[in-house]
Design a binder for this molecule. Structure first.
Ligand code: BTN
Length: 286
């Protein structure tokens, strides 16, 4: 059986009679991404690396040096990909999307949590439209497929008390990994493993940048509620989810009761206390 690779994704069963098959590698080169994306502020300037330590570290440096709003840093491989809460991000070469987007919003530093929710929502729309998979969002912004994580988001920023200089939204998506490292296999998966087919990283990245542009405009025009309302509708974690809450103070069981317009997750602990989480994480309890 012939094998045709389109954007690096293998398609089986394609007959090549009379045609020479050309392999287009699934490399996230700026020209390929921009040709599909069109001209929008987010993605007008794309900086591509075959290998770097962390796209967030690069983007923070570029932003401090004056890079424009919407600049996107993307890498085929990260040697020191970083995750939330001081963790590392597994960044296998050319299997995932490792990208960081510089935003310069006309907003106060208090808007950072909603920008984070906005990015999760945008990533959910992009991933589900390209793959057809059912994608959940776990507060604050992990994407889950069949209960396992396929995407994580790390937001970092530079701000004064009342002025946001810039925000870097770092997004890691497990796209074409054919298996996960043993220590992650119970909690993480890839789009390929769930969809049972290769997925075009270019298509996912293009859709991601489009959706971030769209949701960013929704936030600027409609305010926090435009994002938190959509987030509540898009996540099974917003209401009535039994969770283990993990914060610097320790762990406790709770049930979620909604999202505040600030982006905080409202919860009721099993002892009856109500609270709003601004940091930490939640894990579903079945
Ligand atoms: C998480 O812990 O869930 C957040 C993971 C964020 C990973 C991405 S990969 C691209 C960007 N660069 C980094 O070093 N981290 C983020």
């Amino acid at each position: 059986m012939e094998k045709l690779r389109v954007l690096g994704v293998e398609i089986r069963g394609v007959q090549a009679e009379g045609y020479q098959l050309v392999t287009i590698p699934d490399i996230l080169t700026p020209s390929l991404v921009k040709a599909e994306l069109g001209d929008h502020p987010i993605g007008r300037n794309i900086v591509h690396y075959f290998r770097t330590d962390s796209t967030n570290a690069v983007a923070l440096k570029l932003a401090a040096e004056g890079a424009e709003h919407g600049t996107v840093v993307v890498a085929e491989e990260q040697t020191a990909g970083r995750g939330r809460l001081g963790r590392a991000w597994f960044s296998e070469k050319s299997s995932g999307i490792y990208t960081s987007i510089i935003l310069k919003p006309p907003l106060a530093p208090a808007a950072a949590p909603v920008l984070t929710l906005m990015a999760g929502l945008a990533a959910q729309k992009a991933v589900s439209s390209v793959t057809g998979l059912s994608v959940d969002i776990r507060w604050p912004n992990d994407l889950l497929v069949n209960g396992r994580k396929v995407c994580g988001i790390l937001t970092e920023m530079s701000a004064e008390v009342d002025r946001l200089h810039f925000v870097v939204i770092g997004i890691g998506i497990n796209v074409n990994h054919s298996l996960m490292p043993t220590e992650l296999e119970n909690i993480a998966t890839s789009l390929r493993m769930e969809a049972h087919r290769g997925i075009s990283r270019v298509q996912v990245l293009v859709n991601l940048l489009r959706e971030i542009e769209r949701h960013y405009q929704l936030l600027l025009k409609g305010g926090n509620k435009a994002i938190t309302g959509r987030w509540e509708a898009a996540s099974t974690f917003a209401h009535g989810k039994r969770v283990r809450v993990v914060t610097a103070a320790g762990e406790a069981l709770a049930t979620t009761t909604g999202i505040e317009s600030s982006g905080a997750l409202k919860i009721q602990y099993d002892d009856g206390r109500m609270d709003s989480l601004v940091a930490g994480e939640v894990v579903e309890v079945k």
